[in-house]
Design a protein around this ligand. Structure first.
Ligand code: HEC
Length: 109
């Protein structure tokens, strides 16, 4: 396969919605993985910093927290917080952020 075809097929795969997995939670999880995962999954610098903050549950892993709300997550993402840079709408649209926040907060407003 030529390099050009590899690039084109990669773009096609990334642009396709995951077939058969229509639930919003799946979208939220995949946006989370792409935009937040490098800092907030295991071994990420956000996970490391949060795990050292007193009173933070779930070893700093956002995906295992029970205390997060949509409002809090959206505020942190748009404004930044401590060592976390703010993330603009150019990087993550409002609808994408809503999916991510809903996934992490499991519907808690
Ligand atoms: C460049 C790394 C980085 C990225 C990307 C990132 N974060 Fe963070 N995030 C951090 C760090 C570091 C902290 C801890 C901030 C501090 O206390 O200094 C944090 C803190 C948070 C908190 C606050 C947790 C608490 O209990 O105070 C939330 C919520 C959060 N991030 C959500 C997200 C979401 C959602 C995304 C993706 C849209 C995201 N972050 C992307 C690094 C990142």
């Amino acid at each position: 396969m030529s390099a050009r075809w590899k690039v084109l097929s990669l773009i096609a795969v990334l642009a396709l919605p995951l077939p058969g997995l229509a639930a919003d939670a799946v979208k939220g999880e995949s946006y989370f993985a792409v935009t937040c995962g490098r800092c907030h999954r295991a071994g990420g610098m956000g996970t490391g910093i949060l795990s050292r903050r007193p009173g933070i549950p779930a070893q700093g892993l956002l995906e295992q927290r029970e205390d997060l709300t949509v409002t809090f997550i959206e505020a942190v993402v748009r404004n930044g917080s401590g060592n976390m840079p703010r993330i603009t709408r150019a990087e993550v649209s409002n609808p994408q952020l809503a999916e991510i926040a809903d996934y992490l907060a499991r519907g808690k407003k």
